[in-house]
Design a protein around this ligand. Structure first.
Ligand code: NAD
Ligand code: USQ
Length: 397
């Protein structure tokens, strides 16, 4: 396939998914512009918990990329949720073909820490999404918006059915006894304030698509695991972040890090929760494919499930334990979620566009473990426990 070169603006391009995506798109020959207010780095300061890997300042990252690849990436530092005029100006100046929107607060535990964290997450995420859509419309440009959503919009109680890609076929009987078939957005069932913002994002997309014809691809992504991609491995200064703390560390990377520092693997509850997963190398490939396959003018919002496999949390713990000898600890679950659930997910759209999944196998786990072990001395073990509690006195009464 001949790649059409695009100009792509990556909102949140300094983050865990955004940084390797920016490098991957740049490497493919797309012209990349990053927008990021570095809020994630500030949250590291707030939580006094940093990336296990030594991520470099954004300026160093961009300089290193220029040295390694010969390519420039422009950088704008502003708040997408607050600085609407700067966003509009940047879009008008850069005239991107596509905007990739990663610029949201993405941790469920962080979003549940306190009323102010709930309010920050809602304020940041909903305003960021609305601002991007409003600015695309005001710019008058036909820009394809690619948003990183989450598998969590569906909830995890799917009664044995395969989760479709965004839309659900339903049949209703009217009061007059007439049977009507319809396709609706899959009913949202968020499990945290963070996940709730992603369900609301979907309505923004549906509305701006219907009202203004904005072309949108919403990627319902599973839990990302792994650290590096081909591009971030090219130079240590390009290294990607690796979160392991109780708020931002996601389950599999946490288990790998815990094994490396000889900490028992922290399974919440019975570990019967089944979740969808994808490797970071496949995340960047999916973004490449989404940009190469935009919806056509007049199309409804295009929704892809961006995941490659599902696993139960306790099975992951047992796999890591088998590989490393780590102990497993079953802890009281700080979240309000089903103890056990089945999860079956359709992901035919990305497979049909050419995604060749990187399955979680022992070799790849070892690769991540090598990252975890290599930087284990940077770990602050006091940051491992998950302290954010979903249950309040009110929610228990
Ligand atoms: P991250 O926190 O590492 O990156 C987000 C980036 O956006 C950060 O660099 C942050 O500084 C920036 N940002 C946040 N709010 C901003 C604002 N208002 N203005 C400008 N910049 C802002 O998160 P991530 O893991 O890279 O996730 C990126 C996206 O992918 C999120 O929207 C998340 O919901 C989605 N996602 C992530 C995962 C995962 O496992 N990491 C899984 C599914 C979906
Ligand atoms: N869990 C443990 N032990 C841990 C950490 C987590 O048992 O030490 C459990 C949780 O209770 C939960 C599951 O593992 O049942 C997943 O938790 P997670 O923190 O790995 O993932 P989650 O909170 O769902 O959020 C992550 C990303 C988020 C993204 C989401 C995709 O942070 O941005 O949207 O994965 S999904 O889960 O498909 O909704």
């Amino acid at each position: 396939m001949i790649l059409r070169k695009n100009k792509v603006m990556v909102l949140g391009g300094d983050g865990f998914c955004g940084w390797p995506t920016s490098l991957h798109l740049s490497n493919l020959g797309h012209e990349v512009v990053i927008v990021d207010n570095l809020s994630r780095r500030n949250i590291d300061n707030e939580l006094e918990a940093g990336s296990l890997t030594p991520i470099r300042p954004i300026g160093t990252r961009l300089k290193a990329w220029k040295e390694v690849s010969g390519r420039d990436i422009q950088f704008y530092n502003f708040n997408v949720a607050r600085d609407y005029d700067k966003l509009l100006q940047a879009i008008a100046n850069e005239r991107p073909d596509a905007i990739v929107h990663f610029a949201e607060q993405r941790s469920a535990p962080y979003s549940m820490k306190s009323p102010s964290h709930k309010r920050y997450t809602v304020d940041n995420n909903l305003n960021a999404t609305n601002n991007v859509l409003a600015a695309i419309v005001e710019s008058g440009l036909d820009i394809h918006l690619v948003h990183l959503g989450t598998m969590g919009v569906y909830g995890y109680g799917t009664a044995g059915m395969k989760i479709p890609e965004g839309y659900l076929n339903i049949e209703v009987t009217t009061d007059d006894g007439e049977r009507i078939s319809k396709q609706i957005l899959y009913p949202p069932d968020p499990g945290s304030i963070y996940h709730m913002t992603k369900t609301q994002d979907q309505l923004f997309f549906q509305f701006y698509n219907k009202n203004d014809g904005v072309r949108v691809t919403d990627l319902h992504q599973g839990i990302v695991w792994g650290t590096n991609t081909k591009e971030t491995m090219a130079d240590e200064r390009l290294i990607n972040r690796f979160d392991y703390d109780g708020d931002y560390g996601t389950v599999l990377n946490r288990f790998l890090m815990q094994a490396a520092v000889h900490h028992p693997l922290t399974v919440h509850g019975t570990g019967g929760q089944t979740r969808a997963f994808i490797h970071i190398q496949d995340t960047v490939r999916c973004l490449e494919l989404a940009i190469a396959n935009p919806p056509q003018p007049g199309d409804r919002v295009q929704i892809f499930n961006q995941m490659t496999e599902t696993h139960r949390v306790r099975d992951l713990a047992q796999l890591v334990s088998r590989l490393t000898g780590a102990e497993i600890e079953y802890l009281p679950n700080p979240r309000k979620e089903a103890d056990e659930n089945e999860l079956h997910v359709k992901n035919d759209l990305f497979l049909s566009k050419g995604l060749k999944p990187t399955f979680l196998n022992e070799g790849l786990l070892m690769e991540v473990k090598q990252i975890a072990e290599r930087y284990a001395d940077r770990a602050d073990l006091t940051k491992i426990p998950a302290t954010s509690q979903w249950r309040t006195k009110r929610s228990e009464s």
